[in-house]
Design a binder for this molecule. Structure first.
Ligand code: SIN
Ligand code: CO
Length: 408
C-alpha cells in the first residue's frame, strides 16, 4: 500500500491532513475547493519512486489505454496525437518538446487507487481518474484552463508551474480543437514543484506547467455532471413512472379575463402540478444514481478469475488484501440501502448489506479485517471477486509506511 493507511478515516474525521499541509478537510473545502489554488510541499513523498517513465510510456503503447502525446513544435503548434503509440515513436520525438499523457492510470496501478483515498473528502462520484504525464525538459501542454478541479502531484523530476487568472468562454484563446489554450496568460503564481509536492488548481484557473527536467506529473482529476443532463435523467425517471397519458384538468376553474389570454393562474396550476411530480423524496436518488455511478469508460466490463470461499480464506490468511476494482464505480443510498455499480443496481443479499458500506469505505480492505467477516459476506465477496469487482493484491506493509509530511 502506498502512503497513509488511514487516509479515508482521517478525511472523514476531519483530522489535520498532512497532504493538505495540515489543513482539515472542512477547512480545505471551505477556503480552497473550487475557489483558489493551494501549494503543499512534500505532500506525497512516495510519489517520487512509484513509477518509472519507461513504465508510463509502455502504458501509452498499450491497446485500450487512453493516451495522448502533445508536441509543442509538431506538425502544427501543440500537435496532439492519440495513442496507442508504437514503441519507436519516443526516439523519433527526441529533438522535440513533448509530453505523453495517460488517463486512468489508477485502473492499472493499485497504489494509485490507494492514492485516491486521500481525496475522500469529496465523494467518489466526483472523482474522475489519475492521469499521469511524462515530459522531456521543456515539455508542456501549453498555458490552458480546464473545466474541472485537479490536484497536480509531482512525481520524479521538477516542473515549473505558473498560474494565471480565472478564465471563461470570453478568455482569448489560441485556436486548438482539443485544448483550451490561453492566448496570453498573466502570471499570478510561479513555483517549481519537486518530487512529492502538490498543487491544487480549481476549475477555470489558467495554468502552465513546464518540465524543468525529465519528469512525471500525476493529476487527480474530478468530474462534474452537467445540470442539463441531470435534469434529463430526472425527467426520464418521472416519465417512466407517470407516462404521458395523464392530462391537465381544470374542474372548478375561474372565469378567464380574456378568451385568448394565457392566464397566470393556469400557468401556476400547471407549474405546481409538475413541481409536485418532482418532489417525491426518492425521485432524485433513484433517477441520478445510475447516471452518477457510471464508470469512466461506459463499455467497461470487469474480468475476474474464479474464486471460491476456500480460495478467499486461504488468500486472507496469507495476508492478501482486496482492492475494489478501480475501474468500477459504486454508489450507496443509505435510506433504502440500495447499491449501484457502473450504472446499475447491485443485488446484494440482506446478510451482506450491513457490511457493504464498510467494505466500500476506501478502495482497499485489509486481510485482517476481511478474515473476521461472517461466512455469508465472504461467500458474496468470493463471487464478486470471480466477477472481477475486487482484486486480490499484496498486503500492506506494517504501519509506519511513508506518510505525507506536507507543509504549505
Ligand atoms: C500535465 O500533466 O502536463 C498537464 C496536467 C494539467 O494541466 O491538467
Ligand atoms: Co490542465
Amino acid at each position: 500500500m502506498l502512503l497513509t493507511p488511514h487516509a479515508v478515516a482521517d478525511c472523514l474525521a476531519d483530522a489535520p491532513l498532512p497532504w493538505l499541509g495540515g489543513l482539515r478537510a472542512s477547512e480545505f473545502l471551505r477556503d480552497y475547493w473550487q475557489k483558489k489554488p493551494l501549494l503543499v510541499r512534500n505532500a506525497f513523498p512516495d510519489l517520487a519512486h512509484l513509477l518509472e517513465p519507461k513504465e508510463l510510456l509502455e502504458l501509452a503503447e498499450t491497446e485500450d489505454v487512453e493516451s495522448r502525446v502533445i508536441v509543442e513544435d509538431g506538425a502544427e503548434p501543440w500537435e496532439m496525437r492519440e495513442g496507442p503509440f508504437h514503441p519507436t515513436v519516443w526516439r523519433k520525438l527526441s529533438q522535440r518538446k513533448w509530453t505523453a499523457l495517460v488517463q486512468a492510470v489508477d485502473h492499472y496501478l493499485p497504489p494509485l487507487a490507494d492514492l485516491l483515498d486521500h481525496f475522500a473528502f469529496v465523494p467518489e462520484w466526483r472523482i474522475d481518474d489519475v492521469m499521469v504525464s511524462y515530459a522531456v525538459p521543456g515539455g508542456s501542454v501549453g498555458a490552458h484552463f480546464d473545466q474541472y478541479d485537479v490536484f497536480l502531484l509531482q512525481g520524479p523530476g521538477q516542473r515549473r508551474w505558473q498560474l494565471g487568472e480565472q478564465c471563461n468562454d470570453d478568455t482569448p484563446r489560441l485556436e486548438h480543437a482539443q485544448l483550451r489554450l490561453i492566448a496570453d496568460m498573466p502570471v499570478t503564481f510561479d513555483e517549481t514543484l519537486g518530487p512529492g509536492d502538490l498543487l491544487y488548481v480549481p476549475p477555470g484557473l489558467g495554468h502552465f506547467g513546464v518540465a524543468q527536467t525529465e519528469c512525471l506529473t500525476y493529476s487527480v482529476g474530478f468530474r462534474a455532471p452537467s445540470l442539463g443532463h441531470i435534469l434529463e435523467q430526472v425527467v426520464d425517471a418521472v416519465l417512466l413512472e407517470r407516462g404521458t397519458e395523464q392530462l391537465y384538468s381544470d374542474a372548478g376553474r375561474a372565469l378567464p379575463m380574456h378568451p385568448s389570454e394565457l392566464g397566470l393562474s393556469d400557468v401556476a396550476t400547471l407549474a405546481t402540478t409538475l413541481q409536485s411530480w418532482l418532489q417525491q423524496p426518492l425521485l432524485f436518488p433513484t433517477a441520478l444514481a445510475p447516471f452518477l455511478s457510471e464508470a469512466k469508460y461506459d463499455d467497461y466490463e470487469p474480468e475476474g478469475e474464479p474464486c471460491t470461499l476456500a480460495d478467499l480464506r486461504a488468500a486472507l490468511s496469507d495476508g492478501i488484501d482486496l482492492l475494489r476494482d478501480p475501474a468500477s464505480r459504486w454508489l450507496w443510498e443509505p435510506q433504502t440501502q440500495t447499491f449501484w455499480r457502473n450504472g446499475a443496481v447491485v443485488t446484494v443479499p440482506d446478510a451482506v448489506k450491513p457490511y457493504l458500506p464498510q467494505l466500500l469505505t476506501g478502495r482497499r480492505q485489509l486481510a485482517a479485517y476481511l478474515a473476521q467477516l461472517p461466512e455469508a459476506v465472504l461467500n458474496w465477496l468470493a463471487e464478486d471477486i470471480s466477477a472481477g469487482y475486487w482484486l486480490p493484491v499484496e498486503g500492506a506493509p506494517s504501519a509506519g509506511d511513508a506518510v505525507g509530511t506536507g507543509s504549505r
